[in-house]
Design a binder for this molecule. Structure first.
Ligand SMILES: [Cu+2]
Length: 505
């Protein structure tokens, strides 16, 4: 089970910076003893060892059999320093092969990217693999298994890269990892996938969650983006937002009836790092009675913008500042689009006698819902490429040759062509979604910018939500040679063909 430090969760900035200087490699690991991997019996020296293994975890008082990293749910938070090399050894104690992917890290070391069959052979049961890389960017990331349906078990954890020079001013931070949960409660993810393959998507759909009262509006007050429109449709039951009916929605491994607590003081600036680690669920996330000042998307800085709620596709991350106010704290709520239930954590005010509202109490609806379309990217030092940009069709579709098969650019992963891109070539991927299902599209090793009609620099993203029947184009420059995955981050779609091999050489 989780250590006390992990459960309490809230490291103050001062504490984690101090911890950051303690490890031999400048590595701070939330809730972990430093240096545990240096015992003489270890076969390979590493700064940190992860042990994926079958575990029993407690979720709101019930014992659940699942797979975790080292017994915790989520796994141990890993904190790295920007620009500092790290060696992480993974000892596979699972009964199946596994790998670890460091999601969103634009690592130059292709063999550390963790895609089985593409960047490494999967780690066999009883085997080990040493991941060595240097995180180039600071920010909010996460790591997870990239093998089979293992992400929809408990094999995920936050990965925070601390800036070499932090410019954001805040007093305290909390990491909030969202997850949809069924493993050990309603079968296993593998059984769900089998059901989808044999019966198709009609099975297992949840009925729509209760709408938060009124439809969401746009952040700028103008025309709502397609993401806002989809969120409103999903809440009204007019569109499917997932394939699987997950019985539980968790924040940091906790259900609403035993919520994760974020302890804060009135008036301080709190940095909330949100990670959507769900396999099949898009969330609308908000803190009741508080505005969110969004500062980062997918780890990287954006022009700060104020909203009431965030639309978070699977594998997206957002950082937002809040200033706690009011009496008795507030609930942090993630409403799963098109599904029942909600995920809840508590913002708990120090020196307050009033209580936070009960997890299932009615929700005061947020108004403005922020999507990537509302963000302006911060200028990075990257050069804007000149000359022609090659456009590549990456249409998102169902492949009709089997009941549950998803394709990108007309091909499913099995036997597909490599997409060959020359080093430093400027390219545009066009994600034309020809399905009634949203797809969060993720590219490894690079970030891209969504193409905009209006002015303003789009934010850099590594994962972008493409809503039903929408077309989103993204521009990027292939400046990182290697074999990279492009895939939908719906774990079920991904496993059912929705991945391509991008070769940059
Ligand atoms: Cu998908």
């Amino acid at each position: 089970m989780q250590s006390n430090e992990r459960t309490e969760g809230n490291l103050t900035r001062r504490r984690f910076i101090a911890a950051g200087g303690a490890g031999a490699a400048g590595l701070a690991i939330g809730g972990w003893a430093l240096g545990r991997a240096t015992a003489s019996s270890e076969p390979t020296r590493a700064d940190l060892v992860l042990r994926p293994r079958p575990s029993e975890v407690e979720i709101g008082g019930r014992r659940v059999a699942t797979w975790t990293y080292d017994g915790g749910l989520p796994g141990p938070e890993v904190r790295l320093r920007q620009g500092r090399p790290v060696r992480i050894r993974v000892d596979n104690d699972l009964p199946e092969p596994t790998t670890v992917h460091w999601h969103g890290i634009r690592l130059r070391e292709n063999d550390a990217d963790g895609v089985p069959g593409l960047t490494q052979e999967a780690i066999e049961p009883g085997g080990s693999y040493l991941y060595e890389f240097t995180p180039p960017d600071a920010g909010t990331f996460f790591f997870h298994s990239h093998a089979g349906m293992q992400l929809d078990r408990g094999l995920y954890a936050p990965l925070i890269v601390e800036a070499a020079n932090e410019t954001l001013d805040y007093d305290r931070e909390a990491v909030l990892v969202l997850d949809d949960w069924l493993d050990g409660v309603r079968g296993t993810p593998d059984e769900q996938l089998e059901t989808l393959r044999s019966e198709g998507m009609a099975h297992g759909m949840g009925s729509p969650s209760p709408a938060p009262g009124e439809p969401f509006g746009a952040v700028g007050g103008g025309r709502a983006s397609s993401g806002v429109a989809m969120a409103n449709l999903a809440l009204a039951g007019g569109v499917d937002a997932g394939d699987v009916d997950h019985p539980l929605h968790l924040v940091n491994g906790r259900p609403p009836e035993a919520p994760f607590q974020v302890d804060v003081r009135r008036g301080e600036r709190v940095r909330l790092r949100f990670v959507n680690a769900a396999a099949d669920t898009i969330y609308a996330v908000f803190v009741e009675g508080h505005e969110l000042r969004v500062t980062h998307a997918d780890g990287l800085a954006v022009e700060p913008v104020t909203t009431d709620a965030l639309l978070m596709g699977m594998a997206e991350r957002f950082d937002a500042l809040i200033e706690p106010r009011g009496e008795g704290g507030a609930r942090i709520i993630a409403v799963p689009l098109g599904k029942e239930g909600r995920a809840v954590a508590n913002l708990r005010l120090a020196d307050s006698r009033a209580r936070t509202p009960a997890p299932d109490a009615p929700v005061r609806p947020p108004r403005r819902l922020l999507t990537h379309a509302d963000l302006t990217g911060a200028e990075m030092e990257e050069a804007t490429p000149r000359g022609e940009r090659r456009t590549i069709d990456m249409s998102l579709a169902m492949d009709m040759s089997e009941p549950y098969l998803w394709s990108i650019g007309g091909q499913t992963m099995e036997g597909s062509d490599e997409v060959q891109i020359a080093r430093d070539e400027p390219v545009r991927f066009v994600f034309a979604n020809r399905t009634m299902m949203p797809h969060p599209m993720h590219l490894h090793g690079h970030s891209f910018r969504p193409v905009r009609r209006g002015e303003g620099l789009a934010p850099l993203k590594d994962t972008i939500l493409v809503t039903p029947m929408e077309t989103v184009a993204v521009d990027w420059t292939a400046d990182n040679p290697g074999d990279w995955a492009l895939h939908c981050h719906n774990g079920y779609h991904h496993e059912a063909g929705m991945m391509r091999h991008i070769k940059v050489a």
